[in-house]
Design a protein around this ligand. Sequence first.
Ligand code: ATP
Ligand code: MG
Length: 447
Amino acid sequence: MTPTILPRDQHPISRRMLSENALKVLYRLNQAGFEAYLVGGCVRDSLLGQVPKDFDVATSATPEQVRNVFRNARLIGRRFRIVHVRFGREIIEVTTFRGGHDTEMAERHSQQSEEGLLLRDNVWGSVDEDALRRDFTVNALYYSVRDFAIHDWTGGLEDLEHRVLRLIGDPDLRYREDPVRMLRAVRFASKLDFTLAPETESPLADCAPLLLQIPSARLFEEVLKLFLSGYALSTYQGLRRYGLFAMLFPGTEESFAQLSWAEKMVEQALINTDERIRADKPVTPAFLYAALLWPATVAQTAQLIDEGIPPVPAAQQASQQVLNRQLQHTSIPKRFSLPMREIWDMQLMLPRRRGKRPYQTLTHQRFRAAYDFLLLRETAGEIASGLGLWWTRFQEASETQQREMVQKVEQGQDDIAVDDDAPESMPMPSRKPRRRRRRRTPRDGQE
Ligand code: ATP
Ligand code: MG
């Protein structure tokens, strides 16, 4: 196969725009007698005038050969073996050229399920074969330091020019091999503001259920890329359009039909996330998941209450049930699901503003997230506004003013329409329901 070659004087990528370490990897591999190229997002983004997120290298060297060239190299992955070459904090991902699957050799190193899902892909090949194994044409542009040219075997340059995202090969087959490519299609189209080629777009709705075959841990990683990369809202809209969102968050999708404010809440959470990323503020998967799963939890709580379970245990059971169901689709590491549930639990504490309660709530380590979450619920229209503003004021108030605010609540002069009258004996939500009775200890009952 002969590639289209775009020489150095016809493209804008200069070595100054590229990672020094990535270039070092290319030169060293070349010196050792191997072919080596930059490929993927770094070439694509550089051509579009964007700053690449990371640098991927494709080479004719096998993982073992790469390791022999670099002391700072680690072999990782099984389904898809690659090498990480580390330079301080920067990691360059080095991938051996992948080949087709139609040889006898291939059968030993690749594995496919009956549905066509690629379980392993470690068949080595040549650079032109490698190009055909990649997902989209604009992700299969190769940059070499032998000629500083861009090498294109799949029409990626033309698609880049027309801002089209096009799957390489037969779309149906390629989605079957790896359904995550559907999520990548929507993510890149949103991030790059590209349109999907018609043949890339049309199988999406039918192929969406293939995502259910993907291990939940991989989908968790993918969800973070979908929603924490600065283009969450448009990515989400794309996922909804093709029925992909329902495969990731089925409970949330169902709640959209049950609760008038649910879609607004998810959209607003994603708008806020995008804004925070643009402003260089931290974003956490815990808050994101709290917002994405909250409507499902509220719907489930309502159903349990209908079945006769009292509100507080109903809320507890509902969060556990929603979480359990979600874990089958996208895993959530405990370090995120625990704070997520704390954000939820605190929603029951925020309306309580008598005695020492509000002071305790204010010092809770999840207060800030829980307060932001309360504002989100108000914006979405789940609950009337007012309580959020009370907490905004309470945080800014002097000690005297705070005392006055609490007094007003206690005297019933507070005009916020929230259910603040929950009897003081009502147990606070706790993650271990059985311990609830014993929580009325003197230390706990100081309010
Ligand atoms: P970014 O890093 O900006 O998210 P990227 O295009 O570099 O985008 P990576 O996930 O880093 O994406 O993958 C690097 C390259 O590897 C891709 O550009 C593509 O060529 C190839 N690739 C990644 N995932 C797949 C996949 N599931 N199927 C086929 N090729 C893939
Ligand atoms: Mg990349």
